[in-house]
Design a protein around this ligand. Structure first.
Ligand code: SF4
Length: 468
């Protein structure tokens, strides 16, 4: 005989309370306690107070609980969340059997996008109050998340320009036809009214011009059709660049942001400073990969107590495929600002490239040098020096002297992204537009941090701390 369940038609003498079915250690109790602890009005949620007349709205706290639960359990679409309200015992408990429809659920996420990012920060501050952040070492990393936009649905500037040219040719031929035709209303050979067709072409031209201008304003050569605020990233992926900072103590996320720029190079200082403010620490060790190497920003980090460990990317300045003297054969003398070459000559600063942030050093003596064939194939050897070479040298030396820091970075920051992507269907946003995807990411990070905090402190301790 197999294991038998209870008869579903069996009546009980004393009906079970819903609360009895939710264990004391059930994480859903943490979501409930966390949302109840928030000052929702101060966070900017709409409809905190119901109108005296008309249909009463759902309380934002209930809808927030539903979303946090959903993002913890890979349920993100409003229709799926609506279904859970009817079938999921934990959701029935969490929402006191409320069952909002999918439209109400969808509107809440869109209407409260700023407030949702504040909720994420509020939980970070709660975790800080529970000493869950070490505040000594943080790792910064970026990852591409797909937009709600098919990669084939992208309009490129080149295509628009070609369409524009075709339209101009058509318009001018129709204008010629109008000029030749004494009667403007006479139908052209293809049928239809010439003047009306011309107006349609002009309207189409105006739309194309507007799209090109929008691309100029955004500084892009391609724009996704479904989510125009997303960007075409490497390998043709259409999406956003998600930046996050993770604290070393328990791998909790401190800060997250979504940017349109696919390149991480501009993000180090901004993200590190935001994290510094969140953690309210003066001196923090910052770990990042080579994609964040940027002399200017590393210099600013250094000035603000952020000790960076970043593999430095810079022009090698070798010549002849490395067969000629390496740059390391040239000694820099800060006093006098010159390089001494292997032949003992002084290479003085001659010019600079502001775009590449490089100074260039050389010496006319190269023309008569006896080791010139080992040094350059050009008329004279040019040696480059970054505007922030001192800072780059210091960061490179520090990083090379502590190789374990890069391993630590990997261990800290890559796992949270893995979890976030798993919970978000491989890293895909459901909403469209930068502000909306920021709200979506804030929900995902709140859910991630809640899970981490539960793993560290346990449900009961966390609920007690939230209720205090
Ligand atoms: S070629 Fe110029 S830079 Fe090179 S070793 Fe000779 S003098 Fe020095």
């Amino acid at each position: 005989m197999h294991v038998q369940g209870q008869d579903r038609y069996q009546a009980t003498l004393f009906p079970e309370r819903l609360d009895e079915l939710i264990g004391e250690d059930n994480p859903v109790r943490v979501i409930d306690a966390f949302v109840d602890s928030l000052q929702l009005k101060a966070l900017g949620f709409a409809r905190i107070e119901a109108n005296a007349t008309g249909r009463p709205p759902y309380h934002p706290g209930d809808l927030l609980k539903l979303y946090v639960y959903g993002y913890m359990h890979r349920i993100r679409s409003c229709r799926a969340l609506e279904r859970e309200c009817h079938t999921n015992l934990e959701v029935l408990w969490l929402l006191n059997r409320l069952a909002p429809d999918h439209k109400t659920i969808a509107n809440f996420r869109v209407d409260n996008r700023v407030a949702l990012t504040r909720v994420c920060r509020a939980f970070v501050q709660f975790c800080r109050s529970q000493s869950l952040y070490g505040g000594e070492t943080i790792a910064i990393d970026g990852s591409k998340f797909g937009a709600d936009n098919n990669r084939g649905k992208v309009t490129r500037r080149q295509e628009l320009k070609q369409q524009l040219q075709r339209l101009d040719t058509q318009i001018s031929s129709w204008l010629d036809e109008l000029a030749d035709n004494d009667d403007d209303d006479e139908p052209p050979s293809g049928g239809g009214n010439t003047r009306a067709a011309l107006q349609a072409l002009k309207a189409e031209r105006a739309t194309l011009t507007e799209r090109i201008e929008a691309m100029d304003e955004a500084g892009v050569n391609a724009q996704p059709d479904t989510d125009p605020e997303a960007r075409v990233m490497r390998h043709g992926q259409v999406g956003y660049n998600v930046q996050s900072t993770v604290d070393g103590k328990h791998c909790l996320i401190v800060d997250v942001d979504v940017v349109q720029n696919a390149n991480d190079q501009e993000q180090l200082y901004r993200m590190a400073r935001r994290t510094q403010r969140q953690l309210q620490e003066q001196r923090i060790t910052v770990l990042a990969d080579a994609g964040y190497s940027n002399g200017q920003l590393l210099k600013r980090c250094q000035a603000h107590g952020l000790i960076a460990y970043v593999p430095v990317n810079r022009a090698i300045n070798n010549q002849g495929d490395g067969k000629l003297f390496d740059k390391s054969a040239f000694t820099y003398h800060a006093e006098g600002d010159y390089y001494q070459c292997p032949a003992g000559q002084r290479l003085a600063k001659k010019t600079k490239s502001t775009a590449k942030r490089l100074y260039l050093y050389t010496n006319a003596a190269c023309q008569d040098c006896h080791v010139r064939e080992h040094c350059t194939t050009a008329g004279q050897r040019w040696v480059t020096r970054h505007f922030e070479e001192d800072v780059l040298d210091a960061v490179a030396d520090r990083t090379a002297a502590n190789p374990l820091m890069m391993q630590r970075r990997k261990g800290m920051v890559e796992h949270p992204f893995g979890t976030l992507k798993r919970r978000m269907d491989g890293g895909r946003f459901l909403l469209r537009g930068l502000q909306k995807v920021k709200a979506e990411m804030a929900l995902a990070v709140t859910a991630y941090n809640l899970t981490r905090a539960i793993n560290v402190l346990g449900t009961r301790q966390l609920c007690q701390a939230l209720a205090a």
